[in-house]
Write a protein that binds this ligand. Sequence first.
Ligand code: MLT
Length: 252
Amino acid sequence: MELFFSEQGTGYPVIFLHGFPFDHLLWEPMKKFLPGDNRFIFPDVRGFGKSLAKKSDYLMEDMAKDIIQLLDAEGVRKAIIGGHSMGGYIALEILRQAPNRLDGIILVASHIYADTEEKQSERFNTIEQIDFKSLIELLEGMPNKLSTDEIVQTYCKKMVEKSKAIGVKGALRAMAKRQSSENLWITAATPKLIIAGDNDQFIKPEIIEKMAINGRNVSKIIIKDAGHMLMREKPEATANALKDFINQIRSR
Ligand code: MLT
């Protein structure tokens, strides 16, 4: 599927994939802190923003293929690919499908594990209720769990309200059915960076620590006083963390 994207700058390509239920504008506050000598590409992943989906029966594999297709269409042979939360799951799936397209992978408040059975049934329950309840009712607790910053909470609420049922269903299904990337994380030589907030209510510090230890070529940066929405809560610190990793890879 052809995706909408925005871009900034020219030079070495870096792709940023937003999480659930956001769009390419997620990264907006951080953009002014990013270096000018890169081509940053910010797609709307399938089902969100301007990349509307017609059906919701797709998988993480399809969401990854969309991005590989975008790389092909834009003449990008290799890039660093970063993803926030669900965007990180997509980035991991790209690493599985096309490892030679990545010079580096960045997980921003994301992780490598598959859903627990409990999480899967929670997602399927939400899918079943989507046609009967509003998204804001269904994802009620989510905005305040994403961040303690009121401005960021308001943004999250707006994004939940704006998101389309087909995309939400599709993404929930794709996340529920995705496979674990634990093995890939250990075997792939691709440099890996984890950036996480120290106050993330979705991904606890012990999970981040476990991923940092059980992986190949993994670095980790913890952003202080930030939650799951660190690129909006601490945009400059998040951009700086990314910058160092991008520069290290470019100077190889
Ligand atoms: C996200 O922030 O993209 C989602 O909360 C991830 C998830 O539900 O696993």
